[in-house]
Design a protein around this ligand. Structure first.
Ligand SMILES: [Fe+2]
Ligand SMILES: [Fe+2]
Length: 344
């Protein structure tokens, strides 16, 4: 029977008509009461009335209260509904079993009606408080996710602006950083690196040459081979890039990846002449992608060298200058000349 749609809903399960009527008479002014006289009826009704709390007798024919409680607690749709046993079985073992079945309270007969109401109120208040906290947490979590998405967008726009700022300075290599980022990211994926590592490589790739902003345009875009003195000036760009980026609080050491992207396995790279394990894997990947992209692209001082020469260079220096696994994967991408350096 329904008293009011606005009141909390109680389901009373008891095979004794008199008990049900007594409880209903006392509680129906504050609660919307449903009742069932058997376990099967109760299990059917609970899905229809969605009670806020269940008052459950134990000693009943066909199916006792423990079994009803067990079934309720194993049904995900209703398992979170609080159950209070109201019973004449007051042995320690019965009470313990009742709580073990998942009940939140256990009231033994004889009881005072005011006690029932107080306990029901307390448990409902506790449940509503928990529900409020859960909903507030969900809202907060959603806001955090929205803020994270905003921060990610800002980061993306900032990286893109930094990348293009340098390209405006050196139009002769327009798109180089994006293409290196694409190839390095694909190599990282093929190496089964983590999502986070792949993202760090993508970002480092997009700005790996940002330090060239301190190299005069006349050197970067001048046709013909570089003079030794000019090459010395270009060699400062990893350190300049590191200094530009080192205070940005990336969740990865992006500045170090940039600093090391011209280091070589045998220590012949620059600026720190690191070797082998001293070099970040991310930088080893950027290094190979950088070489492969640069050799297959036109430069002011030379035309594109083509796939054969690029592959020859990578094979010749595999395990000497370049990480062998990275070289193998890179060559598997570019060898048939069909690799797409552009983002989809
Ligand atoms: Fe570079
Ligand atoms: Fe580069």
């Amino acid at each position: 029977m329904i008293i009011s749609n606005k009141k909390p809903i109680l389901l009373i399960i008891d095979d004794n008509h008199l008990n049900v009527e007594t409880l209903t008479d006392y509680l129906e002014t504050e609660y919307q009461i449903y009742s069932a006289l058997t376990g099967p009826d109760a299990l059917s009704l609970v899905n229809d009335c969605h009670p806020d709390l269940i008052l459950l007798d134990i000693m009943m024919p066909f199916m006792d209260g423990f079994e009803i409680c067990r079934r309720l607690k194993t049904d995900p749709a209703v398992a979170d509904i609080p159950v209070i046993f109201i019973t004449g079985k007051g042995d320690e073992a019965d009470i313990t079993q009742g709580f073990n079945m998942g009940a939140i309270d256990y009231i033994t007969k004889p009881f005072h009606m005011s006690e029932i109401r107080t306990r029901v109120d307390n448990h409902l208040n506790f449940r509503y408080t928990n529900e409020n906290i859960r909903q507030r947490n969900m809202i907060l979590e959603q806001r955090v996710q929205e803020k994270n998405a905003d921060i990610k967008k800002m980061l993306e726009a900032t990286i893109s602006a930094m990348s293009q700022m340098f390209e405006n300075n050196d139009p002769s290599t327009a798109g180089h950083q994006q293409r290196v980022a694409k190839l390095a990211t694909d190599i990282a994926k093929a190496m089964n690196l983590s999502e986070s590592q792949i993202e760090s490589i993508r970002i480092a790739g997009l700005i790996h040459d940002i330090g060239k902003i301190r190299v005069p345009d006349a050197i970067l875009s001048r046709p013909g081979p570089l003079l030794a003195s000019e090459f010395e000036l270009i060699r400062i760009h990893p350190q300049v890039g590191y200094d530009l980026v080192k205070h940005i609080p990336f969740p990865w050491p992006v500045a170090e990846f940039i600093l090391q992207h011209h280091e070589k396995l045998d220590g012949s790279g620059y600026p720190l002449k690191l070797n082998g394990d001293q070099i970040h894997l991310e930088s080893k990947i950027l290094c190979v992608a950088d070489v492969a992209e640069a050799m297959t692209s036109h430069r002011p001082y030379r035309p594109a060298l083509g796939i054969d020469i690029t592959e020859g260079e990578l094979i010749k220096n595999k395990n000497i200058l370049f990480d062998p696994q990275v070289v193998d994967i890179c060559m598997s991408f570019i060898s048939n000349n069909s690799y797409n350096f552009d983002w989809e």
